[in-house]
Design a protein around this ligand. Structure first.
Ligand code: HT7
Ligand code: ZN
Length: 844
């Protein structure tokens, strides 16, 4: 495969005035006719005319009405063209039914749909398939389907024929088409300027009852974007379509968002509170792309974080605003530590803006998305809220309709604040998670914090330089009173001191409040101080963090030294749990233990070799100890958090159910699951039903309920995904591989469906001790299936290779076992470019 470099960027030699596409849909032989008006790009160097194209059968091509015979390769075509403007016309044939890669035009359950980001449009017709070529599209669709959709506004719409026109210039990756037997859940939204927008959520017949929440979330997002960012919707219609076979969560195509059905369909009976919250945030995310991604897009794919980092940041702000800000922040940090820190710490580490790639699909990563959002959060913290708002206004005004770069993005902040962001830009170009260590001194009322930053060198950044780190700090006195309110310290040097005067006694610092930077804080603290902050910190994030750090410390000591659970953790957690002034959702998060993979990273960061079985045993013992410790309190907590009102997936109710569920899991260890069994029988919503089943399986009960669950839900594909995943997630380490293997033989294991594949093999990789079984059976089973899936769907296969990215952290025997599977995958004949790149990088 070819490596592409950011430094090689050259603009395309032509601009496009208009694109007219006609689709004649047929299962195996869809015809696509294109008519494109090209004109020379005055800002581009002279070049050969080249159009991308993949897996296309060219029927004919014409320039200004004259037949031509272009040179065709696997990647596209080239031909001589006139010096000035010209009209390109081509007819190609494609086979959507045999398109199992789910990229380009494909068929899912009889429905035609497209996925063009990043480079899927070239599988539809010959075109300059790059984000900096923006054009106005008109699309005509012919096909025997009741619903025919494309981007923009409808011009003619009926069964068998439709014409759509999108007035906003867009790159090809935002093109979309849908055709099928679909039904709409419809509503409308009045924009602040008084334009009425028709809203439709298109689903398969039978799914109508799962649309109401998605629609209401869309309206909340539209309103929020007007109120907070002043962004209005810009077409007469906004369509969302739910599709069962989809590689990711959703796609922001202009005016026609396409969603994985798991990311939009919901009902109280079939969806958990977590599902509802995820749906709300994905709908918001895709909607927010209308401005951050669509109206202003990326010049090239190296700039992916320009749209993704900013849009993740915006969707997080939205969730924080309409739910709980501390709970959202804590959840995001858990996610960052679970997915992004391991990526940045291993062979797949790359900067937020990578400088080279082979397959762009492999760079839709936690680093680009989540660390990309953290970088924007730091920028906002450094410049302040009002400068951020002004910079964003300028951003939208200056770049509307353009395809731009990170330099352009930073320029608006420099112009508004007159700050030099040269050093800040290192967050975009340096890979790796900075380690921030702290030393402190106190004397004569003067307290000094000295920070040192160090980013471990990696292949992408062999010599990392100091970054600008906003460090939010508060100080407490021994009574737990705040003697210094949160201040943002701006660290720019490798080592830097900050002094606070006039303190009556040595303070207890609360450092990196609100997780003000994506770094690993290395502080020589102790469990007494952590327990103090768990009891007193006024910053909700750091209070939670103190509990998490205590849990990590005690679990690490239990796993490596066989220590007993630290009573300071158990006592501290009990106090928090009993504090009725605290939001139940927050208390539920406090009860959650660090993930086993987080503990593995924590240990390897300390130079220890993590033993997955010992970590698992430590977690089980600590849960048991927590249950014993809270024995007296659990009934009260359970009783106080039963929701008696009609089900609503809002923050208040879901917070109570989260705390109830966490308490029930502990209670099940004391009563052998009898309360959980009762709750399972009475549950009238999926949160309670699945929660109860999970508690039962965790204490090795629930076989009957598991069977009953399948019988009840066998016709609901999204619920059956949960049934697959839960059994594997809850399996003990010695059984996880066998359970997974058995489920891959289940008649419902449709491995070509990415959701089902992820619910099964993805769940295995999430069962830390099961996947890392000492005999290597987890590695072998995953490799078997990756090898099988690759020719069918390289994109999903490549994403799942990341399960091996942490391999160097484990013992020699596990490394050898994983290494052998990586070699086996690499040696597979005709391995896709996607997977080849991933395996090569992981092995490097
Ligand atoms: N911008 C989209 C990213 C994406 C994608 C979505 C679905 C299938 C394949 C895809 N490749 C890239 C989704 C988003 O971040 O909003
Ligand atoms: Zn996105």
């Amino acid at each position: 495969p070819q490596t592409i470099f950011l430094s090689d960027y050259t603009p395309f030699g032509w601009l496009i005035d208009s694109v007219h596409l006609t689709f004649d849909l047929a299962a195996h032989a869809t015809r696509v006719i294109s008519r494109i008006a090209f004109r020379p790009n005055p800002d581009a160097p002279a070049q050969q005319f080249f159009l991308h194209g993949k897996d296309l059968t060219l029927i004919n091509a014409r320039i200004d009405g004259q037949d031509i015979q272009p040179d065709i390769s696997d990647e596209g075509l080239s031909c001589p063209v006139p010096e000035g403007s010209f009209i390109w016309e081509a007819e190609v044939e494609i086979d959507p039914t045999n398109n199992t890669a789910l990229e380009g035009l494909y068929v899912s359950n009889g429905m035609y749909c497209t996925q063009c980001e990043a480079e899927g449009f070239r599988k539809i017709t010959y075109y300059p398939d790059r984000p900096d070529v923006m054009a106005v599209f008109t699309v005509e669709i012919k096909g025997p389907h009741p619903v025919l959709l494309s981007n923009g506004n409808p011009q003619t719409v009926g069964t068998g024929h439709a014409i759509w026109h999108d007035p906003w210039p867009k790159p090809s990756y935002l093109f979309a088409l849908v055709a099928g037997d679909l039904v709409a859940h419809s509503d409308w939204f009045m924009t602040a300027s008084g334009n009425k927008v028709d809203l439709n959520l298109w689903v398969r017949p039978g799914d109508e009852g799962k649309c109401a929440f998605g629609m209401s979330a869309l309206k909340r997002a539209m309103q929020w974007d007007e109120q907070v960012y002043g962004r209005e919707y810009d077409l007469d219609v906004f369509n969302i379509v739910a599709v069962d076979d989809f590689n990711m969560g959703a796609m922001e195509n202009k005016g026609l968002n396409i969603f994985n059905s798991s990311a939009v369909l919901a009902s109280p009976e079939t969806s958990t509170d977590a599902n509802f919250e995820r749906i709300e945030s994905i709908i918001a995310h895709e909607y927010f792309h209308n401005w951050t991604g669509n109206r202003i897009t990326c010049r090239d794919w190296f700039q992916l974080c320009l749209k993704e980092g900013l849009t993740v940041f915006r969707d997080a702000q939205f969730t924080a605003d309409i739910r709980s800000a501390p709970v959202k922040r804590i959840s995001d940090v858990i996610d960052l530590r679970t997915r992004q820190f391991p990526e940045d710490d291993g062979p797949l580490s790359h900067p937020v803006r990578p400088e080279s790639f082979q397959e762009i699909n492999n760079f839709y990563t936690a680093t680009v998305y989540e660390k990309g959002a953290e970088v924007i959060g730091m920028l906002k913290r450094l410049v302040g809220d009002s400068a951020y708002a002004e910079a964003l206004e300028l951003y939208f005004a200056r770049y509307d309709g353009q395809a731009i770069t990170i330099e352009d993005w930073l320029a608006v902040f420099e112009d508004i604040t007159e700050r030099d962001l040269t050093q800040f830009k290192r967050w975009y170009s340096q890979a790796g998670t900075p380690r921030l260590s702290v030393k402190e001194t106190y004397g004569s009322g003067s307290y000094t914090l000295t920070f040192t930053q160090h980013t471990p060198p990696g292949s992408y950044s062999p010599d990392p330089q100091p970054q600008v780190i906003p460090i939010d700090v508060g100080l407490l006195n021994a009574n737990g009173d705040e003697v210094l309110e949160t201040q943002t310290l701006e660290m720019t040097e490798a080592t830097q001191s900050f002094t606070f005067e006039g303190l009556a006694s040595r303070p207890i610092p609360s450092i990196l409040r609100d997780f003000s930077a994506p770094v690993i804080l290395e502080r020589d603290s102790n469990n007494d101080e952590r327990a103090f902050l768990l009891a007193h910190d006024t910053d909700p994030f750091n209070r939670w963090e103190a509990g998490r750090a205590l849990a990590r410390e005690t679990l690490c000591a239990m796993a490596t030294k066989g220590s007993a659970p630290d009573t300071r953790y158990l006592d501290g957690i009990r106090s928090v749990l009993r504090d009725k002034a605290l939001d139940p959702a927050y208390r539920a998060l406090m009860l959650e233990l660090p993930t086993q993979s987080e503990l593995a990273l924590f240990m390897s960061d300390r130079g220890l070799t993590p033993d997955p079985a010992a970590i698992y045993d430590a977690v089980q013992s600590l849960k048991q100890a927590m249950a014993e410790q809270l024995r007296e309190n659990l009934p009260t907590i359970l009783d106080a958090n039963i929701v008696r009102q009609e089900y609503k997936p809002d923050a208040v109710q879901s917070g109570k159910r989260a705390l109830y569920g966490a308490a029930l899991a502990l209670m099940s260890r004391l009563d052998d699951g009898s309360l959980a069994a009762m709750q399972y029988a009475q549950a009238d919503n999926m949160t309670l039903q699945l929660g109860a089943l999970s508690c039962l399986l965790e204490v090795d009960k629930g076989a009957l309920e598991l069977g009953a669950f399948y019988d009840q839900w066998q016709d609901d594909r999204l619920v059956i995904d949960k049934w697959f995943a839960l059994q594997i997630t809850r399996a003990t380490p010695d059984r996880a591989v066998a359970v997974t293997r058995a489920l891959t033989k289940h008649p419902d294991f449709n491995w070509k469906n990415p959701n089902r594949f992820r619910a099964t093999l993805g769940a295995l990789t999430g069962n830390h001790a099961g996947f890392h079984a000492a005999d290597g059976s987890g590695y072998e089973l995953l490799a078997d299936w990756l090898i099988r899936l690759d020719p069918v769907n390289p994109q999903t296969t490549a994403r799942m290779c990341t399960a091996f990215q942490t391999w160097r952290r484990y013992d020699a025997s596990r490394q050898a076992l994983i290494g052998a599977q990586l070699d086996r995958i690499a040696a597979t004949p005709d391995l896709s470019g996607d997977v080849t790149e991933m395996i090569t990088r992981i092995k490097a």
